[in-house]
Design a protein around this ligand. Sequence first.
Ligand SMILES: [Zn+2]
Length: 554
Amino acid sequence: MNFSICLPSPLILRLDDVSVQKKTVIFRVSSIQYQAVCPGCQQLSDKVHSRYLRTLADLPLSGLAVRLLCQVKKFFCRNRECSRRIFVERLQDVAQVSARQTSRLSRIICSLAFYVGGRTGAKVTERLAIKVSRQTLIRRILKAPRSPISVPRVIGIDDFAFRRGQVYGTLLIDLERRKAIDMIPSREAEDVARWLKQYPQVEVVSRDRSPIYAAAVSLALPTADQIADRFHIVKNIYEVLEKILHRERKTIAQVSEEVRRTANRISRANQSPIENKRFKQPKKSKSAADIATEEIKHSAARIRRIEKYETVKRLRIEGISISEISRRLRMHRETVRHFLRCNEYPEIKPAFKKISPLIKYQDYIRQRWNEGCGNAKQIYQELLKLGYVGSYDTLMRFLRVWRSDLPKEDRLRIRLKTFRTPTAREIKWWLLESKPKLDEEKSRFLELLQAREPEIGEAVKLITEFRRILKKGNENDYENWREKVRQTTGNQELKNFAFRLGKDDRAIRGAITTDWSNGQTEGQVNRLKLIKRQMYGRASFEVLKARVLFAEVD
Ligand SMILES: [Zn+2]
């Protein structure tokens, strides 16, 4: 095989020999450059001073680590005015001046450090036969050159929690180039303003609705257009619905109860008793052969244990220490002590067989089951009243065995669902998602809820309309919408929301009339969170920053 194709740069390296030592492939190579440029004076020289060996780690080969033992030359500088007398030839493309890895390996390590992070990265390198420590990877992240920030014209700002929500930072995004450009470890108005002042050319700033960022932008860039980020506006109005639903939690509970009652009625009506013979017999009787095998196994184990018991006693009489006995016989020290305390071989007590707390109620469960009730929660409630002391899980396991033994149509039939009272947040999504996947009970619940509280349906309509205006409406629509909320709706939460919009009016209009805020900020913050999570939340701000900004410049 021609191994030269494995070399990083066959143009300047010649392969002399290949060998394998302890899972490492060693390529002996020499540089074939006959002249080199002096780094002091940039003049060529071909006068060789000496040769020496350089060791470089390279990309692994079929799971084996690879080392290049590379013979390189030192040259005399012929320029008398140059301060250097001797210099080492550069191995362009192969490796940096004093590097211990080839450049191509170094690039891979760098990517691993950035994309996977220190801890996981170190594990991966081990698998790849590169093996780099976590600390080295983190140093790589911190030392990597950063591309200069290109002057932004349109930027997005958003905050993120760092270290379990105790410390906050600000992420700055170039919305035109779709790049995270910087991170600062603060979300205070002065700090953000200080950063913004570096870029007086910025024309548009997209931000959330907090007064802090609004103040920072007004302070640092008084002429820039401020746009409220659409993502944040939508988030705010969704929260309004959540508040309304929270206020209506009593009605929600009542409607849920109603849904439960109807569901039970319907499914009872559809059910006929399930025949007794379909019950699985839980205990299979053991065959005589099985019992015999078990007994043989048991007695063999007993004999081994008796032998151990006797050995322990004997060794102790010989004056050997307890810890030494436990080491020699590979026994726990406590067992050795136990044996020594006994006057005769201690038989192992048969394991205590737990009697299921369900046994007493088996007949009752069977009766309910045959009546068509296979719902574990329902049965559990009934059993509690009868004095059952076992857990719900025990009952579940018990029923699962029966259920799995039934034909499919019966299994579906007996799955009597209890409708759980949903949270305000859940209902919010059911109501606002464009195509929510709702089963029969949920749809019925929404229907009943909106019939009972027309205010909710009205709010949903207004919120959906507002969302549409944000997406593709104009200032006129926005004006009308606000007027409608002010005049017609009786909903105080929505009125308050519309009032607050008025206070941030220019930024809201900006969001409607320009295309600048389109959830990009959200995407960038999510990416940041993902990287942060990969780092197990222990990362320093600087490492996190380097990683967030890196993948953007790559
Ligand atoms: Zn020179």
